[in-house]
Design a protein around this ligand. Structure first.
Ligand code: FAD
Ligand code: FES
Length: 282
């Protein structure tokens, strides 16, 4: 069991939760994630490790309540417990000796961009962070990112705060005016796809952190498979970070939609289909 030490509502949909999880806190690095289960009957779902405190023995996650399990987690309070947390999972971000970096977070992906940008700055890279949301009320983590990054640009779709437009508008301007060594994007699939389209003509290395649907998180079920450079990769063990110029975003969108269209179908049912699908492909 893992105690909740802190819970903070960041906006109407998104909350921040700090858990006791000493072993994970000691092993965690930026870019990794955990798979949680709220109670014994709950489904397993992945969340990025937003922050970790090895001495205190805690990890913090930021969760958007969009479905059954995320809503259940966001309804808990300080002092409550959750059943289990597995991790850290996935590969840590490579942050050393990159140079000039643009790090982009959209929606709840802004919280996922936070540890990436922080680690890149701690490793001596020159980082601009672009964060975006639909409107001012939905924007998260701006103050926290400004606490370690001097160049933070904000966009909102409706212009209610920061610059009106998309994160990719700002990215395009930066790319046209200076040499960038790497772009890192985390957010909704259409945003990451567009980021890769914008950077492609410049030949700038572009990494994206994919949010495939996961079940076991161990490379066994096939639920999180993605096509990268026409090859099958598993987001849980090969990612979550991939080369955005090689990711088949249409395939990813279709796989995310496959579950959305059948929201009542349970994840275990989806997992069974994934295994069947995997068998057919291999
Ligand atoms: C490596 C990784 C890291 C992630 N980190 C975070 C994070 O830090 N914070 C956060 O809020 N979310 C994160 N996610 C997404 C999160 O795991 C999903 O939102 C969650 O699994 C939804 O579970 P649910 O039971 O609440 O929703 P469900 O009831 O299972 O689904 C509700 C709706 O959400 C859609 N959905 C389900 N899973 C996903 C998904 N992975 N991506 C997009 N749509 C989905 C379904 O199609 C459905 O329409 C991450 C995903 C991955 C793979
Ligand atoms: S979640 Fe990655 S293979 Fe099952």
């Amino acid at each position: 069991m893992h105690n909740i030490l802190k819970k903070k509502q960041l906006n109407s949909e998104i909350c921040l939760i700090e858990f006791e999880a000493a072993d994970i806190a000691q092993a965690a690095s930026a870019g990794q994630f955990v798979i949680l289960r709220v109670d014994e009957n709950g489904e397993r779902f992945p969340l990025t490790i937003y922050d970790y405190a090895p001495v205190k023995g805690t990890i913090t996650v930021v969760c958007q309540a969009i479905g059954v399990s995320t809503k259940k987690l966001c309804s808990l309070r300080e002092g409550d417990q959750i059943c289990d947390i597995a991790g850290p999972l996935g590969h840590p971000v490579h942050a050393a000796n990159i140079g000039r970096v643009v790090c982009i977070g959209g929606g709840v992906g802004t919280a996922e961009a936070y540890p990436i940008a922080k680690t890149m700055i701690q490793n001596g890279n020159n980082v601009t962070v672009i964060i975006g949301s639909r409107n001012r009320d939905l924007l998260i983590c701006e103050e926290e990112i400004r606490s370690f990054c001097r160049d933070v640009r904000v966009t909102t779709d409706d212009g209610s705060y920061g610059r009106k437009g998309f994160v990719t508008d700002v990215l395009a301007e930066i790319l046209s005016s200076e040499k960038i060594d790497q772009v890192y994007a985390i957010g909704p699939v259409p945003m990451m796809k567009r980021v890769a389209e914008v950077t492609r003509p410049y030949g700038v290395k572009t990494l994206v952190s994919l949010n495939s649907i996961m079940i076991d998180g161990t490379g066994m079920c096939g639920g999180c498979r993605v096509k990268v450079d026409s090859k099958t990769q598993f987001t849980c063990v090969d990612g979550p970070e991939f080369d955005g110029h090689l990711v088949d975003f249409n395939d990813l969108t279709q796989r995310l939609g496959q579950y959305k269209n059948k929201e009542k179908e349970s994840l275990s049912c989806y997992a069974k289909k994934c295994r069947i699908g995997l068998g057919e492909e291999h």
